[in-house]
Each structure stands twice: as structure tokens, then as C-alpha cells.
Design a protein around this ligand. Structure first.
Ligand SMILES: [Zn+2]
Length: 259
């Protein structure tokens, strides 16, 4: 198993609340995140299938830490919408432990990541753009920062930074309440680089990336991220989401997803 004690120390700003309060996830009269919920947040990631027959993202492995229901759903929603800045440290710790877990459990493709060989100099962590421009997801941002720290801590690169380089095109709408097919149509071709594509290409060409999202249902957002970033001649090595809201094997247009 992964030893999380170092992560906990590294996430120093956690500053556990000593006064009893209700756990954001399960409501237990404990700390703001009780130990049971925290264990879920720091769980080892599992593979998430996001590929479709016709695209080129099949070989990008994607992982999730939790199922988007119960306590983990409440933790995410509180983090996203209540602007609970005190939850950021927990999502940071989750990002870091996830990457270190992927490494220690040998879930990463050693051919791609070159684990055991020479350490790459630099990697970038790219979070999914928010639908709400005025209301960027604190969860995805904190999770991405933790993942960047995890890449270095796991010895996968010497330096890693978060690059918020993607945005949704004007008129893009939330994925909430849409079925499988509608979600794909809603995202495809709707994501773009912030600012100049020429500058982005100069910065990212040849670079290795980890992409991040807070919640994923169909993987439509991640697929679109891979499409756009590959267009900048960058290589997406893997994707990581905090929670998967996939319910079952997708059947076109008949499912409800939540985000
Ligand atoms: Zn709890």
C-alpha cells in the first residue's frame, strides 16, 4: 500500500480543525473531512475507460479516484459551489496521493513514462476548463496543483507546473443533465487554447502532459482536451479525474449523468 504520511506532511496547510464539526462528506460529527472520507479521497486510482472507436485517444490511460456518489459527491459539490477554500488542501492532497499511487502501484505505462529510466526535466498538468468562466472550479485547480507536486514526489519529472491553457469557446454550456451522445456533441470542437495558439504551441510542443478534471461522466471533456493538446504537438501521457459519475455501460442518449 501507499504510505500517505509524507503526503499529509507535505500538504502542510491542511491545518486540521480541532473544534468538532460535521464532515462535509458524510455528516459525521467529526472534523471537516472525517478519516473515513479522507481515506476515500486519498484512495488509489482505478482505470477509467474513455475511448471511442473512431478517435486517437484510445492509448491515453485515464484514472479516477472515487465514484461520484454519496460522501465524495458532497465533498466535490461543496468544494465547487460553496467556495470552501478550506477544502482546497484536501483536494491537493488527493491529487498528490493519486499520482504517487499510480507510480507505486505500477499503473503507469513504463514505456511512456520511462519510469526507472532517466527522469524527464519538466511536465505540465493541464486542468479542464470550467464552464463557468466567472466561477472556475476550485476543485480541479487544487487537484491539479496536488498532481503536479505528486509528479515530482514520485520521481516522474524534476519540475511540474499547472498550466491553465484551455478555455471553452463562447456559448459552451454545462454538461449537467445531458446524455452520452449529447455530451460528446456539446464538447467536440468547443475547446480552445487561451490566447495565442502560436505561443501555446511554442511552449507546449514536445512537452509531456497530465490532464485533470474534477468529475468525469462520459470522458467527453477529456477526449476534447486530448484532441486540442495533441494539436499543439504536446503528448498527453495520462488523464486523472477525482470522481467518475459513470453509472453503467453507456447506451446512447438514454442515460442521465450528473456533474
Ligand atoms: Zn465523512
Amino acid at each position: 500500500m501507499v504510505d500517505f504520511s509524507g503526503i499529509w506532511d507535505a500538504a502542510g496547510e491542511l491545518g486540521k480543525v480541532l473544534l468538532p464539526t460535521e464532515c462535509v462528506g458524510c455528516g459525521a460529527w467529526d472534523e471537516e473531512i472525517c478519516d473515513t472520507c479522507l481515506a476515500q479521497m486519498l484512495g488509489c486510482p482505478f482505470p477509467l475507460q474513455i475511448s471511442e472507436d473512431d478517435d486517437n485517444v484510445t492509448d491515453v490511460p485515464v484514472f479516477a479516484i472515487a465514484k461520484y456518489d454519496g460522501p465524495m459527491r458532497r465533498v466535490v459539490l461543496t468544494g465547487k459551489h460553496d467556495k470552501r477554500r478550506d477544502l482546497r488542501a484536501y483536494f491537493k492532497a488527493a491529487g498528490q496521493s493519486a499520482v504517487q499511487g499510480l507510480r507505486s502501484e505500477n499503473l503507469l505505462d513504463t514505456g511512456k513514462f520511462g519510469t526507472g529510466g532517466t527522469i524527464r526535466g519538466e511536465m505540465f498538468v493541464v486542468p479542464a476548463p470550467s464552464t463557468h468562466l466567472q466561477d472556475p472550479s476550485e476543485v480541479a485547480a487544487a487537484f491539479a496543483q496536488g498532481a503536479a507536486r505528486g509528479l515530482v514526489a514520485a520521481g516522474l519529472c524534476r519540475q511540474a507546473s499547472v498550466l491553465e491553457i484551455l478555455e471553452l469557446a463562447t456559448g459552451s454550456t454545462t454538461q449537467a443533465g445531458l446524455g452520452w451522445e449529447a455530451r460528446n456533441l456539446n464538447r467536440h470542437g468547443k475547446m480552445q487554447v487561451r490566447g495565442s495558439t502560436v505561443v501555446a504551441k511554442r511552449e507546449l510542443a514536445g512537452k509531456d502532459l497530465l490532464i485533470i478534471d474534477d468529475v468525469s461522466a462520459t470522458g467527453a471533456t477529456l477526449r476534447e482536451m486530448i484532441r486540442v493538446l495533441s494539436g499543439l504537438d504536446a503528448t498527453v501521457l495520462a488523464g486523472l479525474v477525482f470522481a467518475s459519475s459513470r453509472r453503467e455501460t453507456p447506451v446512447s442518449g438514454t442515460q442521465n449523468f450528473e456533474k
